[in-house]
Design a protein around this ligand. Structure first.
Ligand SMILES: CC(=O)N[C@H]1[C@@H](OP(=O)(O)OP(=O)(O)OC[C@H]2O[C@@H](n3ccc(=O)[nH]c3=O)[C@H](O)[C@@H]2O)O[C@H](CO)[C@@H](O)[C@@H]1O[C@H](C)C(=O)N[C@@H](C)C(=O)N[C@H](CCC(=O)O)C(=O)O
Ligand SMILES: Nc1ncnc2c1ncn2[C@@H]1O[C@H](COP(=O)(O)OP(=O)(O)OP(=O)(O)O)[C@@H](O)[C@H]1O
Length: 579
């Protein structure tokens, strides 16, 4: 993150990341556009009289409204944006786009002193409205690469951006990134609030990217974003699908509905070319559901017959893997590698490679094909560190911080550990509160099946009782231990810092430690109170205290801070107990 940006509040960061030269649109032009596209807007008398007022930005969060903005006030589960109309007006909002309920609130609170444009589907209309204001169209650029799927979005977008950089930098062009960890416009970055921001911010980012000479950008597209219309009015040059496994059932209700949400991204109206990993039935169904130009990629050992590209000759390397991408019809082969551990990172890297190759084929990137192939074969674009994704902190024991927080990611991560570990696998795992509780027992069972020593601790409980969340994990773990006669050691230890200390305390040099679930995150949310903790820093500290070597890029901590910490023998988890 840029040092300067990190010091700013979220609202200030939003403003720093706004474009400067926005042509904008008048209230009248916006109303005409919404009428033309079938939103049937109603406009208050003040709004009709104020048709000339220029709109030069758009915001949904009242805290990020700036002078001249269209304030998009949506109804939500916690509040209605219109409840905060006074804040938005004080910040300089020029007009409001809202629904019936919002219009009523504005009449009550602000007596319609601001032009109100009323539509039924505010979230749907937000994207096209922002697109008009910021001057975005399906061809205005940058070339947009969207990645969706349960797991692998962040890693694949980092890979994509690294490859795009390797190809485009020599042409004097730079790239952008939008995802869970950060938003980047060339060298400038701000931390992310969401995996996929709201439509108003996305459109502002597209304009900022153009203004900053960014010609291609990689972005994560969460299923929440699709369901909440955050990507409305955006057009993807290439969209990629990683996989679909259980998660987020609290929002979608069923795997079918979860699939349908993701499938909406691969419609020709939103995406020109789709690259779909077809390693299982969900992938094959996604390739069927996609409209427009569809490219199928198989990354497993038993590739689907319909695949266009297949991954072959996977070879494990000391850290990471090398592999060949082969095009079935043309016979073209490209040798690639990734420095990130785990077979799943071969899939992520292959997806990034084929997405860029596809963009080149359809002339979305104005570069010769040989330059893309050469970057893949010689620039090693997939050997990068992705914060908190299979991030190696220690070497003996191998000590890894990973973001696995659903059943499939846990299986993949623990498989990767088993394939390289000479000794025991020690796992620290928790689960987030107020999110898909059905996955907790499954995760507990996977933990004791695949690790030798399992320490159940806390993740982000949010507003839920942390002991209830751990109980869900423990229930699955204990059932698997009993029913499958497993001999893994199971402990419940809180706080998480003690769980990390314990994991290192029981490790020997030949073992593998995995801290799962929190990745790059730097605080835990307990009912709105943020407790600072960074798994990467705490793991490095605990390893150094025991005299274990840390990886060259492990976080360095002040000696003084380490000296006051408990020694391993003192650190038996208070509040923890053997389950
Ligand atoms: C389930 C979900 O995605 N909810 C999002 C949705 O909430 P909502 O429709 O209920 O709206 P709301 O929070 O009541 O707010 C309505 C309006 O009032 C405003 N408001 C609301 C409360 C307040 O105190 N002040 C305030 O100004 C809001 O800015 C908004 O304009 O719209 C809100 C406004 O943008 C989001 O903040 C909120 O994200 C919540 C916080 C969230 O946790 N979202 C997560 C689950 C999410 O979206 N995650 C995915 C990644 C998932 C993954 O792959 O792991 C993501 O793309 O980030
Ligand atoms: N292709 C994949 N298949 C299965 N698991 C994966 C894959 N890629 C990564 N993982 C696992 O999922 C975790 C999250 O990876 P990543 O952050 O790249 O995915 P994501 O889709 O962005 O996740 P989220 O939406 O939760 O942020 C990793 O730490 C790893 O354990």
């Amino acid at each position: 993150m840029s040092g300067d940006a990190a010091a700013l509040s979220i609202a200030q960061q939003d403003r720093v990341f706004r474009p400067h030269g926005v042509a904008g649109a008048s209230v009248e032009e916006l109303v005409a556009e919404l009428t033309r596209t079938g939103y049937d807007p109603l406009v208050t008398p003040v709004g009709r009289a104020a048709g000339e007022i220029p709109l030069t930005g758009a915001a949904m969060d009242p805290k990020t409204v700036g002078p001249g903005d269209l304030f998009v006030a949506v109804a939500g589960s916690r509040a209605h944006g219109a409840d905060f109309i006074a804040t938005a007006m004080a910040a300089g909002a020029a007009a409001v786009l809202t629904d019936d309920a919002g219009a009523d609130k504005i009449r009550e609170i602000a007596d319609y002193r601001i032009p109100v444009i009323q539509v039924t589907r505010v979230r749907d209309a937000a994207g096209p409205s922002a697109a008009l204001i910021y001057g975005n169209s399906s061809t205005s650029g940058p070339a947009l690469f969207g990645v969706t799927g349960t797991n692998g979005k962040t890693t694949t977008t980092y890979f994509l951006r690294s490859l795009l950089d390797a190809v485009l930098r020599r042409h004097g062009q730079s790239t952008g990134l939008i995802g869970t960890i950060e938003i980047a416009a060339g060298e400038a970055t701000i931390p992310s609030k969401m995996t996929t921001p709201e439509a108003v911010q996305l459109h502002s980012l597209m304009a900022l990217f153009r203004e900053s000479g960014i010609t291609a950008a990689a972005m994560e597209v969460s299923s929440h974003a699709i369901s909440y219309q955050r990507t409305s009015g955006l057009f993807y040059n290439v969209a990629g699908f990683t996989n679909l496994t259980q998660d987020h059932l609290d929002l979608h209700g069923s795997m079918e509905k979860y699939f349908e949400a993701k499938a909406a991204l691969f419609a020709r109206s939103r995406t020109r070319s789709s690259v779909i990993i077809v390693d299982d039935a969900w992938g094959l169904r996604m390739a069927d559901a996609a409209t427009g130009h569809v490219v199928q990629l198989a990354t497993s050992d038993e590739p689907a017959a319909s695949a266009d590209w297949v991954v072959t000759e996977v070879a494990a390397e000391p850290l990471g893997s090398s592999f060949t991408l082969m095009h079935r019809r043309t016979g073209e082969t490209i040798r690639c590698r990734t420095g990130l551990p785990g077979r799943f990172n071969v899939s992520n890297a292959a997806l990034a490679a084929v997405m860029v190759l596809t963009a080149q084929e359809t002339a979305e990137l104005r570069v010769p094909r040989q330059e893309v192939v050469s970057a893949l074969e010689h620039a090693d674009p997939f050997t990068i560190s992705v914060p908190g994704r299979m991030q190696v902190i220690g070497t003996a024991p191998a000590a890894i911080v990973d973001f696995a927080h659903n059943p499939d990611a846990m299986i993949r991560t623990l498989e990767a550990a088993a394939s390289t570990s000479q000794g025991k696998t020690i796992l620290v795992i928790g689960a987030a509160g107020e999110r898909d509780s059905a996955k907790r027992p499954l995760m507990g069972a996977i933990a004791v099946r695949m690790a030798d020593h399992v320490i159940i601790s806390d993740d982000d409980p949010h507003g839920e009782d942390p002991s209830q969340i751990r109980a869900g994990l423990l229930e699955g773990a204990r059932a698997a231990l009993d029913e499958e006669a497993l001999d893994a050691t199971l402990e419940e230890i809180t706080p998480r810092l003690d769980a990390i200390t314990r994991a290192v305390e029981v490790a020997e040099a030949e073992d593998t430690i995995i801290l799962a679930g929190r990745g790059h995150e730097v605080h835990q949310d307990f009912a709105g109170t943020k407790h600072p903790i960074d798994d990467r820093i705490e793991l490095a500290r605990a390893l150094r205290r025991r005299g274990f070597p840390t990886a060259p890029d492990a976080p360095v901590t002040a000696e003084a801070a380490d000296a006051v910490s408990l020694s391993p023998s003192d650190s038996t988890a208070e509040g923890g107990h053997t389950a």
